[in-house]
Design a protein around this ligand. Structure first.
Ligand code: F6P
Length: 360
């Protein structure tokens, strides 16, 4: 009888509970045991955070946002933050994590995470831990899968926000700026912008030119469209400029925290436009709430597939979606670099053909 562990790492994301439920149901169906590790890899360092997961524990969780296991984006076992003499120090606790996995008698560990957690998973694999990965992130920035789960729900939230902002834009003849998440990838901005009828979409993959944005907004006014809706990805930045950071890496946060480009853009535009400008930062609303039908379905199927991979001994693989099929790829291929938008690719061309201004 196999005994598998499952953990959720990195930022929370709609559909995590669907994956956990999918794993538990299909593992229990095989007569296997499942151990849930709380708060990502961090959970291995605390015996009370490793608990049995059965059908009872996953009942009713399918429509719930977040993760019943908790998560953390600060629990990298290879650079684990501890306080020493009042200062944060990063230490390697991977040996401790590995021994704990052995102690628990896990046949395999399923890691549900984004780029960061899957890189950790790959490193743990190299140290002999049998791992299967599941691609999670609202940013959709993982390679080798058509889509990550969570992205679809975030898109729905962003599109809904754009629909709502249109009313005020039109009624008040304003420029309404919506800042969305996505880190270094512009997927949420681009697809919600297309779906939500944005007039300007700014993405990290195409550094923007403020004069051209101004010209596009003025040209709309001349055509009688006295308002504009702008969606800007948090990682977007002006030509020759830098990304706007909330916090640099290395402080409280292990990775840099993006945010603030909406306000920066509004200040820049305010200097060259007469119109009123208002900014909305969508923030963590994109990560919360009940997962969309698509994410519930894909999350559940990813969970089932992860168990199938464990059964087949296909360790080091990440489940993925290719077309309409759930299949798998080596984790290392998925985290080799980020899945970014091709500035001369089809989706950008289609957006431009719709008359959307992409900042260039
Ligand atoms: O990776 C998901 C994400 O929501 C990014 O889009 C965003 O930059 C980041 O996480 C925010 O992280 P935190 O919740 O730590 O502020």
């Amino acid at each position: 009888m196999a005994k598998i562990g499952i953990l959720t790492g990195g930022g929370d994301c709609p559909g995590l509970n669907a994956v956990i439920r999918g794993v538990v149901k299909s593992a229990v169906g095989r007569g296997w045991e499942v151990v849930g590790i709380e708060d990502g890899f961090d959970g291995f360092l605390h015996p009370e955070k490793c608990r049995p997961l059965g059908l009872e524990e996953v009942r009713g969780i399918l429509p719930r946002g977040g993760t019943i296991l908790g998560t953390s984006n600060r629990g990298n076992p290879f650079a684990f933050p501890i306080m020493r003499e009042g200062k944060v120090e990063l230490v390697d606790v991977s040996d401790e994590v590995r021994s704990r996995i052995l102690q628990l008698g896990l046949t395999a560990l399923i890691v549900v995470g984004g780029d960061g957690s899957l890189k950790i998973a790959q490193e743990m694999m190299r140290r002999g831990v049998p791992i299967v990965g599941v691609p999670k992130t609202i940013d959709n920035d993982l390679l080798e899968t058509d889509v990550t789960f969570g992205y679809n729900t975030a898109l729905e939230t962003a599109t809904d926000a754009l629909d709502k902002l249109h009313s005020t834009a039109e009624s008040h003849h304003r420029v309404m700026v919506l800042e969305v998440m996505g880190r270094y990838a512009g997927w949420i901005a681009l697809e919600s912008g297309i779906a939500g009828g944005a007039d300007v979409i700014l993405i990290p993959e195409i550094p923007y030119d403020i004069d051209r944005i101004r010209d596009a907004i003025i040209a709309r006014c001349k055509r009688g469209r006295r308002f504009s809706v702008v969606v800007v990805a948090e990682g977007a930045y002006p030509k020759g400029g830098n990304r706007v950071l909330k916090e640099a890496a290395g402080g409280k946060s292990v990775v840099e925290r993006l945010g603030g480009v909406g306000e920066a853009l509004s200040r820049e535009l305010g200097g060259v436009l007469e119109m009123d400008i208002r900014v909305t930062v969508l923030g963590h609303l994109q990560r919360g709430g009940t997962p969309s039908t698509f994410d519930r379905c894909i999350g559940s199927r990813f969970g089932v597939k992860a168990v199938e991979l464990v059964e087949a001994g296909a360790f080091g693989q990440m489940v993925c979606l290719k077309g309409r099929h759930i299949t798998s790829v080596p984790i290392e291929d998925a985290v080799r670099s980020l899945n970014l938008i091709d500035p001369s690719g089809e989706m950008v061309r289609h957006a431009e053909a719709l008359g959307i201004m992409l900042g260039r």
